[in-house]
Design a protein around this ligand. Structure first.
Ligand code: 2BA
Length: 109
């Protein structure tokens, strides 16, 4: 079995949840925050049989769009704060960041 951890943008989370339900894929949804932008994103945890890994990845890929977002650099560095106002910069976010790990054991008690 595999543990798939997928970080997606909040805007894509509902479509992805629905796609998982439709495909009978069990997933846990966690509200999370990006360390860089410090804005909300959504993390899905999915435990899945090895042979369905590709299917899950393709569902995630299909639901996750890449978008650009403006950010204020002064939120990310003290030096920038000391230097005063800096122009907002455009950051490309997503589609999805996905980690695939082996599962040693799975129990439902
Ligand atoms: P954030 O950390 O808020 O990052 C949002 C976007 O900002 C990233 O999009 C990337 O384009 C940019 N970015 C991140 N760190 C940067 C840096 N040090 N310098 C310049 N630009 C930077 P994505 O790469 O699509 O990542 C989207 C979200 O996925 C991230 O939100 C974070 O929550 C998660 N993520 C991405 N890579 C990760 C990793 N290696 N480990 C854990 N979480 C990760």
């Amino acid at each position: 079995m595999k543990l798939i951890i997928a970080i997606v943008q909040d805007k894509d989370a509902n479509e992805l949840s629905n796609a998982f339900i439709e495909a009978n894929i069990r997933a846990t949804k966690i509200s999370s925050n990006g360390g860089f932008l410090r804005s909300g994103n959504t993390t899905f945890i999915i435990g899945i049989a090895d042979e369905r890994k590709t299917e899950v990845l393709s569902i995630i890929k299909g639901a996750s769009k890449s978008r650009s977002q403006m950010m204020n650099p002064s939120f990310t560095s003290l030096t920038a704060l000391e230097d005063g106002f800096q122009e907002p910069i455009r950051v490309q976010v997503g589609g999805a960041t996905v980690f695939v790990l082996p599962i040693e054991e799975i129990h439902h008690f």
